[in-house]
Write a protein that binds this ligand. Sequence first.
Ligand code: SF4
Ligand code: SF4
Length: 201
Amino acid sequence: MNQLSLMGNFSKPRLSTPIANPSICAQCYEKGQSCCTYRKNTTYDMITIISKFEINRILQVFPRLNRSKAFVEKTNTKTFEHNVEELFPDRSDAVMRSFMPGKTHFELSTTEKGCRFLTPKGCVLPRDARPLFCRIYPFWFRNNEAMVFFDTHCLAIKNCSTIQEVYLAIGTNPSVVKKIFIQLCCEWGLEKSEAKVAGIL
Ligand code: SF4
Ligand code: SF4
């Protein structure tokens, strides 16, 4: 999870007429440049944190999944702590509590190509069972403000001039994305309300 930066007030000169393009992620997969793959010669790295709630949803779909192959337990190193704090600068106390130095967290297991759940046809998981970070990408929130990751390979970001256009291109909307973010914060232990974990989506 290295050097992913965010763009607030995302706005850039229009290159072409924006169009709703729900297949934009499929095009990304075809190019081998999707957010599920490693991208050569870039500083981009996949964000692969996965909580016990997200693991359980995947195990409900694939009960016979080899858990130790699909998920890796890793120590919370200083670099890891720093990277999570970069994602949540407004929740640094909660980050320290949830990802205590020296303790462990789980990550999606990867191959040399990218995520282990990635197939030539895209993600093998049904949408609802995908990790929340996968479901929210390329959007994020800081201090309640919606933004997108600075990702030059993301076709949606490349082809759009505003965050509204990115919502349209990905086929989502601000309300869905915000709900996913809140659920992610709950399940990663960064929100106090356990009730939200139970049923926000
Ligand atoms: S779980 Fe699916 S959506 Fe998430 S990184 Fe892996 S292949 Fe992509
Ligand atoms: S979110 Fe962006 S980077 Fe990920 S598959 Fe879709 S267009 Fe590509």
